[in-house]
Design a binder for this molecule. Structure first.
Ligand SMILES: Nc1ncnc2c1ncn2[C@@H]1O[C@H](COP(=O)(O)OP(=O)(O)O)[C@@H](O)[C@H]1O
Ligand SMILES: [Mg+2]
Length: 405
């Protein structure tokens, strides 16, 4: 007679389950394994960790420093804002209402605004989503509803709405929803204003209703309700041409006691550092919207030394990435200083910040990467200035063994 075998956890007999796994001193059935798996999954899903160690502003900033060159002020502003966001959502008791301070990142294209948001998302232990304001339209028009932004956050939280409610949203390209034209006129575009109105509610804090599968709202759909009161919004935008608005205001108000010609001589960085909410309103943002974004972090243009650093210094710097590919072929890759400088000179002509660097480097490296796996006995590949200026071949150093042959 065989002794009866039970699952040691639920006591069900072998005959009542599909599988029974045997351990040294115990059995477990497939049902219990499944249950344990679900518990583990749930744990993984819950981003809301009350015992999570709060990173201090300096720690947040040093993490950002590893990836983002320059933009010291913006990095500081963000670090403090994110730290406060954690405190507000995780530590503060409900008696004292801590107001959230949504943030606007403003500055030229290709200077690290989106990169900063992405880098932050890797550090954080709250749900984080990135959306683009360009396709947003007022309800009833062709395009996306603003609730889709929240849906993306809910998705980032694996549909844990409670976790999403303390998350962070990065909304890029907000300048695209500015009203066109400053003065009211028949031809002005009102849809931007409508989108701002719709966003305003979410920024302020409301119970929004998200269509669970995105797209447009449908009367017969069931919505996911989400309270946006504690969601931190980081907005980003280039606001091309806002420097003229700022300059005009500086000249008119004479604040800072600068003469008109001194104002004309200010650099873009000096001007953008002086941006005020009223400039954003002049640009086409509605006052209530601007009022909901009390923190403005200006980004400056990237200088030549900064561009050189971007190519070489960050943890995932472009040239380091290429070196990694070469290493896999057993070849050491080097760029001479004047080659790097030349790449930067070319990139700066485009006026798209660091964005041009990748396409320029890729362009020169294509043929070299194409040929490399066919060359044998190469120890080192040196990219000299000639490679960049004249499309010359790089210098190849053959391995000693090869040379001796
Ligand atoms: N300050 C910076 N530090 C390091 N890399 C940068 C910086 N600014 C831009 N880059 C590089 O340029 C790319 C484009 O920058 P991005 O953040 O998308 O610019 P934008 O300010 O227009 O959002 C980034 O992915 C990154 O490789
Ligand atoms: Mg961007």
């Amino acid at each position: 007679m065989t002794t009866k075998i039970f699952c040691s956890f639920c006591q069900r007999p072998k005959t009542a389950v599909r599988r029974l796994f045997r351990g040294t001193h115990a059995y477990i059935c497939d049902e219990c394994v499944k249950l344990c798996n679900e518990l583990l999954e749930d744990e993984k899903k819950s981003l809301y960790r009350p015992n999570f160690v709060l990173p201090k502003p300096q720690e947040i900033k040093s993490f950002l420093d590893q990836y983002i060159i320059g933009q010291e002020r913006a990095k500081k502003v963000i670090s403090v804002a994110v730290y406060n966001h954690y405190k507000r959502t995780m530590i503060a008791d409900d008696d004292i209402e801590l107001q959230k301070s949504n943030i606007l990142l403003i500055g030229p294209t290709g200077t690290g605004k989106t990169l900063l948001a992405e880098t932050l998302s890797r550090l954080l232990h709250v749900p984080f989503s990135i959306s683009d304001a360009t396709p947003l339209t007022e309800a009833g028009y062709v395009g996306e509803d603003v609730e889709n932004i929240l849906l993306r956050l809910i998705q980032a939280a694996n549909y844990d709405v409670k976790a999403a409610e303390i998350g962070i949203v990065y909304l890029d390209e907000v300048d695209k929803i500015a009203r066109k034209g400053d003065s009211p006129s028949i031809t002005r575009d009102v849809s931007g204003e409508g989108v701002q109105q719709a966003l305003l509610k979410i920024l302020e804090g409301t119970i929004a209703h998200c269509p669970p599968h995105g797209g447009r709202k449908h009367p017969e759909q069931e919505y996911i309700p989400i309270n946006t009161k504690k969601i931190l919004f980081i907005l980003g935008g280039t606001f091309a041409g806002i420097e003229d608005i700022i300059m005009r205001r500086l000249k008119k108000t004479k604040i800072g006691f600068l003469t008109d010609s001194e104002i004309n001589d200010l650099s873009y960085d000096e001007i953008i550092a002086r941006v005020e909410p009223e400039d954003l309103i002049k640009y086409g943002m509605i006052p209530e919207f601007v009022g909901r974004v009390p923190v403005i972090a200006p980004f400056h243009k990237l200088s030549k030394p900064a561009m050189i650093e971007i190519l070489t210094k960050p943890k995932n710097a472009l040239l380091k990435q290429y070196a990694k590919y070469f290493e896999m072929e057993g070849v050491k890759l080097e760029f001479t200083d004047d080659a790097i400088e030349e790449i930067v000179n070319q990139a700066m002509k485009y006026d798209t910040g660091a964005r041009a660097l990748r396409s320029i480097v890729e362009n020169y490296m294509l043929d070299i990467m194409f040929n490399l796996p066919n060359l044998s006995g190469i120890e080192k590949c040196i990219i000299t200035r000639n490679v960049i200026t004249e499309n010359a071949s790089p210098e190849y150093v053959r391995s000693a063994k090869r040379r001796a042959q």
